[in-house]
Design a binder for this molecule. Structure first.
Ligand code: 17E
Ligand code: FE2
Length: 411
């Protein structure tokens, strides 16, 4: 396959890109098509590596309104509603919704997903169907699954045993929810337990950590200290960490240094954090986000996720990574020109790094020939115009094509 006339990752000059046997084989200013070679005209548009959705809940997606809508907009009402939904979960229901959500994501150029599966369920109903989905979608999307103890490891009956059962069943990563545990001590202990499980099963770690507007919620320091101590380091991710938006500056500064040393990844979910955060404030009202800009400037790897597509924690969401970036650059004050141009990294390279995909990810000769064409000459324009992904190519195969909408002014 030959992709002609594309600007690779905001490059000023256009290039041509060849993919052979599923791998990028040539990148040059001008390449001529071989006999019978499939040619895609990039029309001077932007070529990026595929979008990566590093944080989404595949078991709850597309359930919004059942059994009821989250009217308070709090994390806690969301948890209560999904716990009411859990008895209705069936393998078919989980599979059908997850499949539909993954196809939506694929239509927007996402080719890698990290999905959380709630294991605060004595029957682990959602786990087996999602393991099946992971296998069934492998040709169009890579899925990692995280065992996520939504209602706690110590505060939910048999929480640790359920986590270990999920690890045994073949998840890719171990999660936690320490700020939801009954006490601070239990929160810290839950982090120790989940790190033990990760070490025992040689898994990645991705913890819903300190997702609360409470400056006293400080489980991230425990996670980072253990990441350093165990050597799991860059295999560890903390998601949300919204309490950091409420920490005093002196403490935040000390913590950020620890995160840098521990090589921890941070995943922020700007849409859902803005939606759920600040709900207990009158005025001034907090934004609900972690310190995205300060973390990134200090050298911490920060990625953005969408978190939810139409479920008790997010009434909207459609699997388009432009949305969390758009919200994120406003909420985190990353609206300088270069910051806007570079912001695609939150949902491409940075997210790939959090998912440990580096070796197989990126537009470079010798790497898997996977990429997306976005209908804009650079990412600044893509963000401004909410440009669609016109082509999603995976290992040299065209997966999805979208025609941009055209408006004719009738005056
Ligand atoms: N569960 C949780 O604890 N936090 C979230 N943001 C979601 C589910 C979506
Ligand atoms: Fe989440």
């Amino acid at each position: 396959m030959l992709i002609r006339n594309v600007h690779i990752e905001n490059a000023a000059e256009p290039s041509d890109v060849r993919i052979e046997r599923g791998v990028f084989s040539e990148i040059a200013p001008l390449l001529l098509p071989a006999d019978g070679e499939q040619v895609i005209d990039g029309e001077g548009n932007l070529l990026l590596p595929p979008f990566v959705e590093p944080h989404v809940h595949l078991d709850s997606c597309l359930t919004a309104g059942t059994p009821r809508w989250n009217e308070s907009g709090t994390l806690f009402e969301g948890i209560a509603i999904f716990s009411e939904y859990k008895p209705r979960l069936t393998p078919d229901d989980v599979k059908e919704r997850a499949m539909r959500a993954l196809r939506m994501m694929a239509s927007h150029g996402i080719q890698h997903v990290r999905g959380h599966v709630d294991v605060s369920d004595p029957h682990l109903t959602a786990l087996e169907p999602l393991l099946e989905v992971r296998r069934e979608v492998a040709d169009f999307i890579d899925v990692q699954l995280v065992a996520f103890p939504q209602e706690g490891i110590l505060s939910f009956p048999d929480g640790e045993a359920l986590l270990r059962r999920a690890a045994e069943a073949g998840v890719d990563a171990v999660g936690g929810c320490p700020h939801i545990e009954h006490t601070r001590d239990m929160g810290a202990e839950s982090v120790r337990i989940l790190m033990d499980v990760a070490c025992d099963y040689d898994l990645l770690v991705d913890v819903h950590c300190d997702e609360i507007d409470d400056p006293a919620s400080r489980n991230l320091e425990v996670l980072a200290a253990l990441a350093l101590e165990t050597g799991l380091a860059e295999r560890v991710t903390a998601s949300h960490t919204t309490a950091m938006g409420s920490y005093p500056d002196a403490y935040a500064s000390k913590l950020i240094q620890l995160l840098v040393r521990a090589q921890l990844n941070i995943i922020s979910n700007p849409l859902v954090n803005m939606h759920l955060g600040g709900r207990f404030d009158t005025y001034p009202k907090r934004r609900g986000l972690t310190r995205v800009k300060e973390l990134a400037e200090a050298g911490v790897n920060v990625a953005f996720g969408e978190d939810d597509l139409q479920d008790p924690w997010h009434p909207l969401g459609n699997g388009d990574m432009i949305d969390p970036v758009f919200m994120g650059v406003y909420a985190a004050h990353l609206t300088g020109y270069d910051q806007l141009q570079d912001s695609y990294r939150f949902v491409t390279h940075n997210a790939a790094r959090a998912l440990h995909l580096q070796d197989s990810y990126g537009i470079e000769v010798g790497k898997p020939g996977s990429c997306v064409i976005v209908a804009a000459p650079n990412f600044y324009e893509a963000l401004r115009t909410h440009a669609p992904v016109t082509h999603s190519v995976r290992r040299g195969q065209l997966l999805a094509v979208t025609s941009p909408a055209k408006t004719k002014l009738l005056f």
